[in-house]
Design a protein around this ligand. Sequence first.
Ligand code: NAI
Ligand code: ISE
Length: 336
Amino acid sequence: MILKIGVIGTGAIGQDHTRRINRVLAGARVTALNDVNRANAETCQRDHAPEARIFDDAHALIKDADVDAILVCSWGQTHEDYVLAAIAAGKPCFCEKPLATTAEGAKRIVEAEQAAGRRLVQVGFMRRYDPGYVALKKAVAGVTGAPLMVHAAHRNPRVGENYLTPMAIHDTLIHEIDVLRWLLDDDYVSARVFFPRKSPRAHENLRDPQVVVLETAGGVVIDVEVFVNCHYGYDIQCEIVGEDGIARLPEPMGIQTRSGAVLGQPILMDWKDRFIDSYDYELADFLKAAAQGTAAGPTAWDGYVAAVTADACVAAQDAAGEAVAIDLPARPALYA
Ligand code: NAI
Ligand code: ISE
């Protein structure tokens, strides 16, 4: 059986996921596309899914009998509405991060999924599928011994004028919030944010860089540098310091050169290239589970925990270095 997929939001990642489903992965076809900007859906249809129908109404796409599962790849503030509609239609739904832009929104999704009685939502936290992070998790379970500290960095070459200070959390740090919690198998209890001197490359309404310090229930202290105008590349770093040793996230593969008295290795510039394998693996996982009428991978609960943590980090941006507490309710049985 070929699974029929409807994609909502056909910008950068919606087009890339459509390409992935139709040209890289087996078992599914994109049959329906929607975007508030119809021209983007037409570009996606022309380049990656010539047989797909374009819907002017995303809700009609979700309900259509010729759509078995949904990919939500529109802007973050639209995710909740579409994911709730997919759950109401009983269709598996892959939602790009963030699951919702508020913790209340993510909670409504968790409650709807619990009421449906089965998992229907996978959140696009693709780093859990990255071979480097998978190897790091194995190292944490073995060679490093119990973790004490994590040093991490999330650097983008540049961002546009519409990227504001809280987006460094909701849009960017959100990946570390999820993957570090998964790596450590621990939850966060507090967040602090520190702002060094502002980079002259950051536009007027953005405080960049910033350092987020998270503390976990198990007493691990994590510092993450978020620097979205670093200029030189898309650079993701992570080092775990444990009782018995240290483990670092491997650099992406790149040819090493020796020339002009310099030992060199290229640095990627685009997030699409840095995690290209993980996007393939996360969607393969989604398609496999969706064919059984359910969802796998990062859960709506993970999306909710990330949203609660992100809200605390945004509050900490205005707390002059003071700690903001992170309180989580008990994890529902569906996500045990
Ligand atoms: P984009 O701006 O390139 O594309 C978003 C598309 O959604 C646009 O074509 C826009 O017209 C459309 N759209 C907006 N509101 C809509 C609505 N109500 N209904 C239907 N379509 C709507 O943005 P991009 O970079 O593709 O990001 C989309 C989502 O994917 C965001 O939530 C972002 O955080 C996430 N993302 C995840 C990445 C990852 O590494 N997992 C990487 C990049 C983006
Ligand atoms: C973007 O939306 C992503 O998800 C990328 O992975 C991240 O590195 C970037 O900062 C975000 O803007």
